[in-house]
Design a protein around this ligand. Structure first.
Ligand code: BES
Ligand code: ZN
Length: 416
């Protein structure tokens, strides 16, 4: 929600502007820096710790260093920075998070022992299949789906319209599945609200235990007061992502493509209220020890805010998979310009997969600062994004290349 984006910005501002004494804050901190902290305040206690090859947004330590989650008095942070600077001769060493949950999620996500263990081959070697399918993707179909989804009064997670929109996506995807027995469409029910997530599965042929996830969120919002009669078209956020994915589904199934790995397309419920639908699903997959080798999130694909076409977000995502996506763009979409940006917080469903230790990526319509200004309002319409859906088509193209290149790999043993 807009609110959360402001909160994240405010938190940064407050820190930059000098902290008020006495506020408890949650941080993640490398072990060496933690020892410095304990000298300043012997009472601090690590709430969770994990050994990792530090990367991404976590407090950077030496590779293999243990990182802790700790609650400290904000007023201590400047002194901690000084101590780290003086005694360890480097800057930073800790990161402030919004709350304990975020700090723990950061720890679990960045540690990503699972993502590392499951790291697939990112070889690009299915030119024939990808190049045959790419020209079949059509912006007119994406346009139609965005139109249909944004025609719902809203798609909020608690309203009748939000429920209906989920049912509509399930019906569309079932139609695309046709009579194929290796394709199933299910609605994933959530315990705490009525809107269901939608999952379409193409079962892999000889490597079906390994799964690839491509997702976007189906809900829309105009903020915390959204209700039955609110108008929240959510054309870009995120009818566009669901529409880009639906067009990939259409082409894969129309061509009778049979992946070796299992491919799952997901339209998540309740993203706008804290990534709740995807969190439920990613947790369930982790519980069941599902072998998810990669997750791709499409959330906002149809508003071009910069000269570059596709921005890969580098936080709460997997660096190796992001490089793979950049290489896919280079190989298959050479006219597209790729940029890099960050949300600075867990801004969409990719973060739910990251939090469970899976490799996730988030190719986005623009840089964070130049993204669609109309989202979360009644003005998030097709007219205020790309009314030809040409921008959204680029994301279908990248997603299709991703699905086919990762989807076509056999079992790891046979591969290596
Ligand atoms: N699509 C947005 C995320 C987004 C917005 C990414 C602008 C990049 C630029 C998503 O639907 C959203 O609104 N997320 C929330 C946070 C979420 C945890 C509720 C947000 O950004 O406030
Ligand atoms: Zn949103």
């Amino acid at each position: 929600m807009l609110k959360m984006r402001q909160t994240a910005a405010l938190a940064l501002f407050a820190l930059a502007g000098g902290a008020q004494a006495g506020q408890p804050v949650w941080i993640s901190i490398g072990d060496q820096a933690y020892q410095q902290l304990r000298k300043l305040d012997a009472g601090v206690k690590s709430q969770q710790s994990r050994q990792l090859a530090a990367d991404g947004r976590l407090a950077k330590g030496a590779a293999g260093e243990t990182v802790h989650v700790v609650q400290v008095d904000e007023a201590l942070l400047p002194k901690l920075s000084d101590a780290i600077h003086e005694n360890l001769r480097h800057c930073g060493g800790y990161i402030v998070h919004g709350n304990q949950q975020e700090a723990r999620a950061a720890l679990n996500g960045a540690a990503a022992p699972l993502a590392k263990a499951l790291a697939p081959s990112y070889a690009i070697d299915n030119q024939a299949a990808v190049n045959k399918l790419l020209p079949q993707l059509q912006d007119s179909n994406i346009l139609g789906t965005i139109q249909s989804l944004s025609n719902y009064q809203n798609r909020f997670y608690t309203t009748s319209h939000g429920v209906n929109a989920s049912n509509w996506i399930a019906a569309q995807w079932k139609q695309l599945a046709g009579s194929r027995t290796d394709v199933t469409v299910e609605q994933f029910a959530h315990a705490s609200w009525p809107q269901k997530s939608v999952i379409l599965t193409i079962k892999g042929t000889d490597n079906s235990a390994e799964t690839i996830v491509l997702g976007g969120h189906l809900d829309s919002t105009i903020g915390s007061g959204t209700g039955e009669s609110s108008r929240a078209p959510g054309a870009d956020d995120d009818a566009s992502g669901v529409a880009s994915l639906t067009e990939v589904v259409r082409v894969l199934l129309a061509s009778n493509y049979q992946p070796r790995r299992t491919i799952k397309f997901m339209a998540y419920a309740a993203e706008e209220v804290g990534l709740r639908g995807s969190a439920d699903i990613a947790k369930r997959f982790k519980q069941q020890q599902a072998n998810v080798v990669g997750a791709l999130q499409l959330d906002m694909t149809n508003y071009q805010g910069d000269a570059q076409d596709i921005f890969l977000f580098t936080d709460y995502t997997n660096a190796a998979q992001n490089t793979f996506l950049a290489n896919l763009a280079k190989a298959y979409l050479p006219s597209l310009k790729v940029g890099y940006s960050q949300c600075g917080y867990a801004c969409s469903d990719h973060a739910s997969w990251t939090a469970q230790g899976y490799a996730a990526s988030f190719p986005f319509e623009s840089s964070f600062n130049n993204s669609n200004p109309y989202i979360h309002s009644r003005n998030d319409t097709l007219a205020n994004s790309d009314s030809q859906a040409k921008h959204a088509l680029k994301f279908s193209q990248l997603a299709l290349a991703y699905a086919v290149e990762l989807g076509s790999d056999g079992p790891a043993k046979a591969l290596r």
